[in-house]
Write a new protein. Structure first.
Length: 117
């Protein structure tokens, strides 16, 4: 179901790029995918961190420093949150960010809208 998750992320970012307040302030972190051992080692030396959330909204609010979204395909197709993802989200929540899991691009869109209010 990886490609379904990718489609949801593409839909979310397409919507975000139509929102002037988000342009240049939201991005994805391409942490997943299959890589050979040499490439994986190089990326790790460069600071790649397992579990980093898919999306970051770099807009602080009165309550939070920014918003991290781990985007999953909608249920029942959703993959489980990995232990690395759960640990990352917890660390970010403890560090003054809002870090959440969203199942489907529309849920993530609504979460961004609520976050910006």
């Amino acid at each position: 179901m990886r490609h379904l998750e990718d489609q949801h992320q593409e839909a979310l970012l397409a919507w975000c790029n139509l929102q002037p307040q988000l342009v240049g302030r939201i991005w994805s972190t391409p942490n997943g995918g299959k890589r050979n051992l040499r490439e994986a080692a190089r990326l790790k030396r460069m600071g790649t961190l397992a579990g980093v959330a898919d999306i970051f909204v770099a807009i602080p609010t009165k309550a939070f420093s920014g918003l991290f979204i781990e985007l999953k395909a909608p249920l029942p197709h959703a993959a489980r949150v990995t232990k690395h993802q759960a640990a990352f989200l917890q660390r970010m929540n403890e560090s003054g960010y809002l870090a959440v899991v969203c199942y489907g691009w529309d849920v993530a869109r609504d979460r961004i809208i609520d976050y910006l209010k």
